[in-house]
Design a protein around this ligand. Structure first.
Ligand SMILES: NC(=O)c1ccc[n+]([C@@H]2O[C@H](COP(=O)([O-])OP(=O)(O)OC[C@H]3O[C@@H](n4cnc5c(N)ncnc54)[C@H](OP(=O)(O)O)[C@@H]3O)[C@@H](O)[C@H]2O)c1
Length: 188
């Protein structure tokens, strides 16, 4: 029997100081970039499921009929609602959630926010696509990982969790946006 396999791909765009959202918990215009958005949507299309926080889900309703797994303390274990699967990690494991919501296996995209990025960091990413907008500093915002609040950069956090970077790709030279794919280091 073939075991169902999952690949977890994180996706974030951050400021110079590793923020994904501003002090009000909203994504600032300074972090929105058309080239990054196009690439991000293409990556989401490659995935068979998305794990997203409840606030991000509500701020960006699913218009493309993607297979969303919304993380929320309001969910009972893993349950089907009209707008997707809702998952409470305190009541059901990731495996249990995926068996219900994405039984065939494949790429699971993780577009955040912070607590979802933290949660999946513990489970382990196969890839993390880290886009950065140079020259943007977001005062008092939401960091991509909680560990960044302790003065660690997103790169340091990813490296500490066993991921290694590929060469960066410039997405928009004028806006100074580049993406780096961090991949799980192969065990020998
Ligand atoms: N720049 C980027 O790449 C990027 C990425 C992601 C998001 N954003 C932006 O960031 C903003 C929101 O991000 P956010 O981090 O504040 O919120 P979020 O992750 O979208 O949502 C947070 C909510 O998700 C639920 N949640 C997350 N982890 C959980 C856990 N382990 N157990 C139970 N529930 C959990 C909770 O919902 P309940 O309150 O229902 O329990 C929590 O209040 C949005 O404006 C979004 O556009 C930007």
């Amino acid at each position: 029997m073939t075991e169902v396999a999952y690949k977890f791909h994180g996706h974030a765009i951050v400021s110079d100081n590793d923020m994904i959202a501003d002090a009000d918990g909203k994504m600032p215009e300074s972090l929105v970039n058309a080239s990054d958005f196009t690439r991000f949507q293409r990556e989401l299309d490659r995935a068979g499921a998305l794990i997203v926080g409840r606030k991000g889900h509500e701020a960006h309703p699913d218009r493309r009929g993607r297979n969303r797994i919304v993380v929320s303390s309001s969910a009972k274990e893993i349950e089907r609602r009209a707008d997707g699967w809702w998952w409470n990690p305190a009541q059901a494991s990731l495996d249990e959630a995926l068996v219900r919501a994405f039984p065939r296996g494949g790429i699971v995209a993780v577009p955040g926010g912070r607590r979802v990025f933290d949660l999946m960091l513990e489970h382990g990413y196969d890839q993390f696509h880290l886009a950065r907008v140079r020259g943007v500093f977001v005062e008092g915002g939401v960091p991509v990982f909680s560990e960044c609040a302790n003065g660690r950069s997103a790169e340091e956090v990813l490296a500490a969790h066993g991921l290694v970077p590929a060469p960066s790709e410039v997405l928009d030279a004028t806006a100074r946006v580049a993406v780096t794919i961090w991949r799980k280091q192969k065990s020998h």
